[in-house]
Ligand binder design. Structure first.
Ligand code: SF4
Length: 320
């Protein structure tokens, strides 16, 4: 069986609900990040080099110019979700956000059925929730993509996220109560974390409730704080086998109605330092599909209790 027959993917979820293909169209709002500009922190998350996933040139183009540049791509499907991915896409005055989101939603070039807005859980004030819930009331599909990465507060501190699990929980509950769908971003392979930490993170995320999950392995990228530790031999990224094993376990423990926006992601050299297996965007997906085909699909382990044979990261396990 193929991956989409074993995992409830966003592509198939959208196809089922809209009766046709709906693509995510990545747009750049030219946002900054409060964890880089000193508002919350400086230097950013230790894994982050935004240049690894954002085209700086595109970021400064207007939404209209980006849409016009991508007319060829837009012609390939009928419906789109406008995806504001780079940096912190709620980090601006609410009127600025309103103008930008509505420029996308009302674009004549494409039938935009909604928004996916990537951000930090501590950057979603009531004014932004109200703005987004207004679009929900107008019939748009709105996804708030929250970068949580891990549910372990010790790890969140070590990777300099600048927020804790509690704020993620608070915003998720508020957003979902307003009809805004939440997609939770998680990373497998963060420093000092074991498979048990990933499972415990999933347990906490499911307990709070979410509509979607986006999963990827740790990428060590040039320009990030982690790159220095990796070059000094103090940090390793997960192997393909480790990643596939943990991703499958997480998928099988996730209820079948939760949508996976991604089960792995790709990056390219020279920005990517490690692991090089993620240069091939299909490799992990193929291996995950193969493993799930043998051991069972998404949701097959939801009735099993979360029991850990490996240690969960606690303060006494941190030596640096
Ligand atoms: S990962 Fe996101 S929140 Fe962290 S520094 Fe990068 S852009 Fe900011």
């Amino acid at each position: 069986m193929q991956l989409h027959e074993l995992v409830n993917t966003i592509g198939q979820d959208l196809q089922r609900r809209y009766g046709e293909k709906v693509h995510k169209l990545t747009l750049h709002g030219g946002f900054s990040c409060p964890n880089r500009d000193g508002t919350i922190g400086k230097g950013g998350c230790t894994f982050c080099n935004v240049a690894s996933f954002a085209d700086e040139e595109t970021q400064i183009q207007s939404i209209a110019a980006q849409l016009s540049d991508r007319a060829g791509e837009i012609a390939r499907a009928k419906k789109y979700l406008a995806y504001f991915q780079a940096y912190t896409s709620t980090y601006a005055e609410v009127q600025v956000l309103k103008n930008m989101y509505e420029e996308a939603l009302q674009a004549p070039e494409a039938d935009i059925v909604g928004l996916c807005v990537g951000t930090r859980p501590d950057c979603v004030p009531d004014s932004v929730l109200d703005l987004l819930s207004g679009y929900v009331q107008q019939g748009y599909e709105i996804w708030l993509e929250l970068g949580l990465q891990t549910g372990n507060d010790l790890t969140l501190k070590r990777i300099n996220r600048g927020h804790d699990f509690a704020i993620y929980e608070h915003i998720t509950l508020r957003a979902r109560a307003l009809g805004i769908k939440v997609c939770t971003h998680l990373i497998v392979g963060l420093p000092k974390e074991t498979k048990a930490d990933n499972l415990e993170t999933l347990r906490k995320v499911l307990e709070v409730g979410t509509d979607g999950i986006k999963l990827h392995g740790l990428h060590i990228v040039e320009g990030s704080t982690m790159a220095k530790a990796w070059k000094a031999g103090k940090l390793e990224a997960p192997t393909l086998e480790e990643y596939v094993d943990i991703a499958c376990e997480l998928i099988q423990r996730t209820p079948a109605d939760i949508v996976f926006h991604r089960v792995s992601s790709a990056a390219r050299r020279p920005t990517l330092l490690s692991p090089l297996w993620c240069e091939n965007r299909w490799l992990a997906m193929t291996e995950i599909g193969r493993a799930l085909d043998k051991s069972g699909p998404q949701g097959m382990k939801v009735a099993q209790p979360f029991e850990y044979t490996l240690p969960i990261l606690t303060a006494d396990k941190i030596v640096n």
